[in-house]
Design a protein around this ligand. Structure first.
Ligand code: F6P
Length: 410
């Protein structure tokens, strides 16, 4: 039989490692002949746009470079499938592509929305007696998938956030004048990634002095009070703020976000740091700078976590094993067995427990004052950022895997 793998949702540093996990593990089985990649996630299956992965991943060099290349080798999408009991045209197109290529297993590497695709496809296959299995492989820098201890991609993003925050702390403390530096960190609905900036504590840093997550209501008045309070003891105040906190726009007196949404109805965020910068300038009047880590936090693979990358590959391989046992409609998960020494076990759960659900940062790990996180967050994050990849460089620049020919994006 043949299989197909696709990448979906926001990029990470680890999503290509999971692709490699599927590919390299699948090549070990005689019963699997061709391993296809679907270009731009599920869109490639809808429009019959597949590539033979053996023609892309040819040598050990390719493997090494793909492993250290961020983003998605196969492209991505944010495509929402319709209800399989109401609108079947798109499902017929997908099955027709799969039939044409004798595909019997579908692997989808993605986050909450991508698991919605796995759930609906599995449902359609079962409703119609189609012998194809669909398996989800978790991925997201947001770390917001329920049922799994963490998601591939998060550890590398957290390592970048912590490292960059440390560099910003050094840079911000050089002058004798008071300053406030606001670092805006991704995480659409949850504060996991923003909270990861607190791991610097393990190395004796006291900053970020203030950390704000979407899990707690945000008040601009309280924020200004917090900043003034920290200023009593620190000349250079460092604030880590999640892009997902809700700001009262009326209170700020202007629109600071585009208001645009993706296919799943999620708002394109970004801009909160700038809005807070303006607020501090107006109300406190000291030197203020906002820094939006933006896409760098999900594509800076030169700072990726070795553990994250190797776990991503491992969980991709486990998905193949599960599919060969006939498992379908499930997502692979990590269970944390221990922290000291760190150990995880891989299993799978019904994708219905994950699709369209969100795992929030535990509110008991947020301090009572609502402006920082507890040491539990540090303990949780630390194992996930361990290890450095042996990155290959060319002309002093990390080398990326680049396809000789562009993939046909239909
Ligand atoms: O995939 C998660 C994420 O990186 C969020 O942290 C962020 O809000 C969102 O994706 C950005 O989406 P896009 O890449 O479509 O702009």
């Amino acid at each position: 039989m043949n299989i197909v793998v696709a990448q979906s949702g926001g990029p990470t540093c680890a999503i290509n490692a999971s692709l490699l996990g599927v590919f390299r593990h699948a090549t070990k089985y005689d019963e699997i002949e061709t391993i296809y990649g679907s270009v731009n996630g599920i869109e490639g299956l809808i429009s019959n746009n597949l590539v033979n992965l053996s023609e892309i991943i040819c040598t050990d060099d390719d493997v090494e470079l793909i492993r250290q290349t961020p983003s998605t080798v196969l492209g991505s999408c944010r495509y929402k499938l319709p209800d399989p009991t109401k609108d079947i045209k798109v499902y017929e197109d997908i099955v027709s592509t799969m039939r044409a290529h004798d595909i019997h297993a579908f692997f989808y590497i993605g986050g909450n929305d991508s698991m919605d695709t796995v759930m609906k496809l599995d449902r359609y296959f079962k409703l119609n007696g189609i012998d194809i299995v669909a398996i989800g492989i978790p991925k997201t820098i947001d770390n917001d998938l329920p049922e799994t201890d963490h998601t591939p991609g998060f550890g590398s993003a957290a390592k970048y956030v912590a490292t960059t925050t440390q560099e910003i702390i050094r840079d911000s403390s050089v002058y004798s004048v008071p300053s406030v530096t606001i670092i805006e960190i991704m995480g659409r609905d949850t504060g996991w990634l923003t909270a990861s900036s607190a791991v610097l504590r393990a190395n004796g840093e006291t900053a970020p002095h203030l950390i704000y997550l979407p899990e707690k209501p945000f008040s601009t008045k309280k924020f200004l009070d917090d900043v003034r309070e920290v200023q009593k003891t620190h000349r250079a105040v460092i604030v880590a703020v999640s892009e997902g906190i809700e700001l009262d726009m009326a209170e700020l007196g202007e629109e600071f976000q585009s208001g645009k949404t993706d296919n799943f109805g999620h708002k394109y965020l970004a801009g909160i740091g700038k809005a807070l910068e303006k607020l501090v300038t107006k109300e406190i009047g000291c030197k203020v700078r906002s820094i939006e880590l933006n896409v760098m936090q999900r594509c800076s693979s030169h700072l990726s976590s070795k553990r994250d990358i190797s776990e991503a590959e491992r969980i991709g391989g486990s998905a193949v094993k599960a599919a060969l046992k006939g498992i379908s409609g499930e997502m692979m998960v990590f269970y944390r067995v221990a922290n000291h020494p760190y150990n995880v076990r891989i299993d799978h759960v019904s994708v219905s427990l994950v699709a369209n659900h969100v795992k929030y940062f535990p509110t008991e790990w947020i301090t009572e004052s609502g402006n920082n996180v507890t040491d539990e967050a540090v303990e949780y994050c630390l194992p996930l950022i361990q290890g450095e990849q042996n990155i290959r460089y060319k002309n002093g620049i990390p080398q990326h895997y680049v396809l000789q020919q562009e993939l046909p994006h239909k």
